[in-house]
Design a protein around this ligand. Structure first.
Ligand SMILES: Cc1ncc(COP(=O)(O)O)c(C=O)c1O
Length: 399
């Protein structure tokens, strides 16, 4: 068997360098624990950026996956599948939305929502295609395709990828007045994350999301929430928008919808909006395949039956309370909702994440200065608090 060092050398030689991972090479995971190839065990405090809300290898998700794999894994979208039909109904009912359009990655779901919004803008709002405008937020993260990075405000995500897709305007996240000023008669949609996780767990002031909802309603503009990272229990509610009762028109889900086992994303919308898409106008070979749908159904069932959103809220409060009990000169702010917690430092967070890895806790800096803490929602209270204790020790003595 190869050692960590040997495998890192292999990746250095053969892999693209589009990530800068910590020097840890994993080959096992159960619940909130993972092991590296040298047999060291860690707590997973990152959860694959919230794709692992149910932890690694949740038994009933693995059961749904293996059962469906031996039944019917993939079928042409030229036919229907039992799992797809049931998944669509169960997800729509869970989200209290009319219709579902399943895709694979989160970025694809965002692209899908943009396509739906543009068609709706032309067909239902009557905005000419060359004039339609979608408003996105400064510091957004919605994925990596050329259209999606067209409205990123992060140079790193855009450098060298132009020319970009036109039709987007940017306003400051959290500034409802700026949004109001930016909305005009050609505005068809507003796209935002209710908490900007990749930007460093940026949480808007209370009342902002409902104000955005009001503005969109008043101006006949579609509100699209990207809950790919914040949805499915992560912030202590099934969906982050429920903290403010600011229900979107389009809801975009991904990551944990696939149960931490495979890619599955979806856009949910009212019938009057979804019906702008006609047969042949959009699709995906693997989008809505029976294997992914069987897992997605089970993911929704577990979230509801194991009451993971309430658990996320309760555990998140305990972790935040402990972190806030102590004061560290290098910590600027500790903020979070549910089990999505950011510790913002005055300097680089990378050395702290490296130290934490050495001490058996895996997390990763986001936007250089923020340590993100986002363990599986199924983590035991003991493991969570043990990990938090290690974080406090590393903050107290990073050497
Ligand atoms: C809010 C948000 N939107 C979209 C994406 C893109 O999802 P994917 O990497 O599955 O394409 C991510 C991924 O981190 C995300 O956090």
């Amino acid at each position: 068997m190869n050692t960590t060092r040997e495998l890192i050398d292999i990746a250095d030689k053969y892999g693209a360098k589009n990530y800068l991972p910590l020097p840890v090479v994993l080959n096992w995971g159960r619940g909130s624990r993972v092991r590296d190839v040298d047999g060291r065990e860690y707590l997973d405090f990152l959860s694959c950026y919230s794709a692992l809300n149910f932890g690694h290898q949740h038994p009933s998700l693995v059961g749904a996956l293996t059962q469906q794999a031996t039944q019917l894994a993939v079928c042409s979208r030229a036919f229907m599948s039992e799992q797809l039909c049931l998944f669509e109904r169960e997800l729509a009912q869970f989200c209290e939305m009319d219709c579902v359009l399943p895709m694979n990655s989160g970025t694809e779901a965002v692209e899908t929502a943009l396509k739906i919004a543009r068609k709706w803008g032309q067909q239902k709002k009557g905005v000419p295609p060359e004039k339609n405008k979608i408003i996105a937020m400064r510091n957004n993260f919605h994925g990596r395709t050329i259209t999606v990075v067209s409205f990123s405000t992060e140079d790193l995500y855009r450098n060298g990828y132009g020319p970009f897709t036109p039709g987007f305007s940017i306003v400051d996240f959290g500034d409802a007045e700026a949004l109001e000023k930016c909305i005009d008669e050609n505005t068809i949609a507003v796209l935002m994350e209710p908490i900007q996780a990749e930007a460093g767990i940026l949480i808007p002031q209370a009342g902002y999301l409902s104000k955005v909802r009001e503005l969109c309603t008043a101006n006949n503009v579609l509100l699209m929430f990207d809950e790919i990272q914040t949805g499915l229990g992560r912030t202590g509610r099934d969906f982050c928008f429920q903290h403010e009762a600011a229900r979107p028109d389009l809801l975009i889900l991904g990551k944990s919808l696939g149960g931490g086992l495979l890619p599955l994303s979806a856009v949910l919308a009212p019938k009057s909006v979804m019906d702008v898409i006609r047969p042949g106008e959009h699709g995906s070979t693997f989008g809505g395949n029976p294997l992914a749908c069987a897992v997605g159904r089970e993911a929704v069932r577990i979230l509801r039956e194991e009451k993971l959103s309430a658990r996320s809220e309760e555990l998140g409060k305990k972790a935040m309370a402990r972190l806030r009990e102590l004061s560290f000169p290098q910590v600027k702010e500790i903020r979070g909702k549910g089990l999505l917690i950011g510790i913002e430092l005055k300097g680089s967070a990378r050395p702290y994440c490296e130290k934490l890895a050495e001490r058996g806790v895996l997390c990763k800096e986001t936007h250089d200065t923020v340590i993100r803490i986002a363990p599986p929602l199924t983590i035991s209270e003991k493991d969570l608090m043990d990990g938090v204790e290690k974080v406090t020790k590393v903050l107290a003595d990073p050497s």
